[in-house]
Design a protein around this ligand. Structure first.
Ligand SMILES: C[S@@+](CC[C@H](N)C(=O)[O-])C[C@H]1O[C@@H](n2cnc3c(N)ncnc32)[C@H](O)[C@@H]1O
Length: 290
């Protein structure tokens, strides 16, 4: 068993806070899975056809053995494998998480946030889908985790409240879902204190050219059910390492490293905020960003 698997294994029903009944906990978790609910996400009936299945139907993210019951996750044990990968390829150690305020972007059902909480000081998870944010929050409360969940899009972090607050941004599995990756990177850059860093993982392709491929959600829609749409894509951009590096530079990051993993066909990146640098204001989708 790996060090991180071992860490994650503390999240079992026998470690629930005393106020939480194991039976109610299990009923609450299992009762969410598969529920189809567009209203809680605020979708109008006439726009449902364009929404992704993942936002409407509740899918569990990362697999979790709670001891008395297990939930299979669409992402299996990716939360553990990815963190191991980041630690292997970039100048980041487990010890370097200690005491840090970590921002976990796109937390889904919270597997990664729980894992990060075992090695860091405080975890702030951010999730745009309300049903997943609620679940991550329920898990954190049930296990008494030192952290919180912000049930909003990462784009809403563009405010004074989140300016230069965090020490590390953990950003796997999200940037290719975003319509405006440069803006997202800038908002996350601004959320970091000077000296902070970012870990990014994304779908992409292997090329030395600074090019992106636009896919777009509609590509998958015409011939697929909503379920297939969820599985098949709902990506906006896919990146080469050089294009992601340029975007991170544009946002202000330095000491950038990228790594293409040909075994899993995914791109990894790391960058540091050495100073609060200005950004070019021309053409920004949010012109008053800091
Ligand atoms: C593919 S999952 C990745 C989950 C996890 N970060 C991981 O790497 O295993 C992407 C998650 O990001 C969330 N997400 C997508 N766009 C977002 C945004 N703009 N703000 C916050 N969360 C977002 C999705 O709802 C989903 O839960």
């Amino acid at each position: 068993m790996s060090y991180l698997t071992d860490k994650f294994n503390i999240f079992k029903v026998n470690n629930l806070k005393p106020a939480i009944s194991p039976d109610e906990f299990m009923a609450s978790i299992l009762g969410r899975i598969g529920v189809i609910d567009s209203k809680s996400e605020g979708y109008r009936d006439d726009e449902l056809e364009r929404q992704r299945d993942l936002s409407i139907k509740f899918h569990w993210g990362h697999e979790h053995d709670f001891g008395t019951f297990k939930v299979a996750g669409l992402m299996k044990n990716r939360h553990i494998l990815l963190l191991e990968k980041f630690l292997e390829i970039f100048p980041v150690t487990v010890e370097s998480f200690a005491g840090k305020k970590v921002l976990d972007i796109g937390c889904w059902t919270g597997g990664t946030s729980l894992l990060l909480s075992t090695i860091s000081g405080y975890v702030t998870a951010v999730e745009e889908v309300k049903k997943y944010a609620d679940t991550a929050s329920y898990l954190m409360e049930s296990f008494g985790v030192n952290g919180e969940v912000i049930s909003q899009s990462l784009y809403s972090l563009n405010s004074d409240e989140f300016y230069q607050v965090y020490d590390r941004v953990y950003f796997p599995g999200v940037i290719y879902h975003l319509s405006d990756p440069v803006l997202a990177l800038r908002i996350l850059f601004n959320s970091l204190a000077v000296g902070g860093d970012i870990l990014v993982e994304t779908a992409g392709f292997d090329s030395d050219e600074p090019i992106c491929k636009f896919e777009g959600n509609y590509l998958y829609h015409p011939n697929g059910t909503r379920e297939e749409l969820n599985r098949g894509g709902w990506n906006y951009f896919k990146f080469s390492g050089a294009s992601l590096e340029r975007m991170m530079k544009e946002a202000g990051f330095e000491n950038i490293e990228t790594h293409w993993d040909k075994q899993i066909n995914r791109l990894f990146a790391y960058g540091v905020k050495n100073r609060q640098v200005p950004i070019c204001k021309a053409g920004l989708s949010v012109p008053d960003i800091r």
